[in-house]
Write a protein that binds this ligand. Structure first.
Ligand code: KIV
Ligand code: NA
Length: 271
């Protein structure tokens, strides 16, 4: 299987017949990437690693080094999916030149194919600048977690008409700037459908709509690693319970000296 390419993703508007929605999940480690790769079109090294891996309260403290290191691991662990890396807060907003500097570092240090950044119309110029210089960009509008301090929380966006208009306008601006896909996060479904119809690149929904051209979730959320998850997450498994049960058994056997048994120990040769 050859690795998928960004142009193939950009051309992938799910039409319900020949083209099914794109499958995207987050990945932060090599082994995780290995397990997800064959099932996914896109692996996102999301800055959600802040909460998922590092126990941070938001994505604000994430650094370029953190993103580059995890992205490199994900590239090493995959050979089929397109690997996209999140630009961390503070690494791209000041200017298009700052964005190029940061994005080129991420691609050079990790081998990933593209970056993702948050923001709509105000980032369009940056998206075009990067794209024209060899760095494909995925957009991200609606609920943009890096703006938590401005938004005041992680609630769904587009509840009033002005905000709804802005989200659709943001998606259009990114599309026209050459974004190869746009994540629509936490937006009312009618807005997600309208934005999807309004752009030529695929939209990827999270808390958006099944009518988007693709879907993404945080892998640990959908596997059930966490008790509390946003409403838009479907828990496909309860991995936390599997781990708890398994580790409890290990602890019990260690304390009872029933692990390790003969199978797991080396004995001198007989005779
Ligand atoms: O960081 C992340 O995991 C993301 C996805 C949820 C879209 O940006
Ligand atoms: Na993110």
């Amino acid at each position: 299987m050859k690795r998928l390419t960004v142009p193939k993703i950009r051309a992938h508007k799910a039409d319900g017949e020949t083209k099914q929605p794109l499958v995207m999940l987050t990945a932060y480690t090599a082994r995780q990437a290995q397990l997800l790769d064959a099932h996914c079109d896109i692996l996102l090294v999301g800055d959600s690693l802040a909460q998922v891996i590092y126990g941070l309260p938001s994505t604000i403290p994430v650094t370029l080094d953190m993103m580059a290191n995890h992205a490199a691991a994900v590239v090493r662990g995959s050979y089929h999916a397109v690997v996209v890396v999140d630009m961390p807060f503070g690494s791209y907003e000041a200017s298009k030149e700052q964005a190029f500097e940061s994005a080129s570092r991420l691609l050079k240090e990790s081998g990933a194919a593209a970056v993702k950044l948050e923001g709509g119309e105000q980032m369009a110029e940056t998206v075009a600048f990067l794209n024209q210089r060899g760095i494909p960009v995925m957009g991200h509008v609606g609920l943009t977690p890096q703006a938590v301090n401005v938004l005041g929380g992680y609630m769904a966006r587009g509840r009033d008409d002005a905000e709804a208009r802005k989200i659709v306008g943001d998606a259009k601006a990114l599309d026209e700037a050459g974004a190869f896909a746009i994540v629509l996060e936490g937006v009312l479904e009618p807005i997600a459908i309208e934005a999807t119809k309004a752009v030529s690149c695929p939209t990827i929904g999270i808390g958006a709509s099944a009518q988007c051209d693709g879907q993404v979730l945080v892998t640990e959320d959908m596997l059930g690693m966490f008790e509390r998850v946003p409403r838009f997450v479907k828990k496909y498994e309860n991995i936390a319970e599997v781990i708890d049960r398994t580790v409890a058994q290990y602890a019990e056997e260690v304390r009872a000296r029933s692990f390790p048994s003969a199978d797991q120990t080396y004995q001198p040769k007989k005779g």
